[in-house]
Design a protein around this ligand. Sequence first.
Ligand code: FE
Length: 202
Amino acid sequence: MTHHIELPPLPYAQDALAPVISAETMSFHYGKHHKAYVDNLNKLVAGTELADAPLEKVIAAVAGKADKVGIFNNAAQTWNHTFFWNSLKPGGGGAPSGAMATAIDASFGGLENFRKELSNAAMTQFGSGWAWLVAEQGKLRVAKTGNAETPLTSGATPILTIDVWEHAYYLDYQNRRADFVAAVIDKLLNWEFASANLARAG
Ligand code: FE
């Protein structure tokens, strides 16, 4: 069977985010969970009219359709995870610069307020899901989504995300989601990736 949607390579080595995210967590999260979403998606669309569609088209085509929820979950999780890996980098965190810094100030009244809002969204997402920074109608806002849900289907432009499924942190932090979220925000967020997404959002 040909896989039309590939598991993208990680943008850094598996141990590059340690100690915030260990190589062991990455080996399961990327090597098992993300890979399984990609493999399942390819199986589910094989032989259908979506067999050759790019990932974003698959997500848009099945979003909100009760009989296509399996395809949606695996397609959105494939996209969300690739976006998450790119939202992080070794030696990240700190403060954004340029247009990104201006947008954070304009939309949140400063970086510390943004940090609190993102952290609050990550902490109050009950159960599995995602915390996001998104751009919509020229403004930035924080959002959270449950399970595989993604802001892509609501027309917002994702800027950054944090995976708050337990598989993202349990090996390293057990039940301490707050410690994981704080460390990711302060030490891993990739503001260059965020800036590129903001520039595309226009
Ligand atoms: Fe995950």
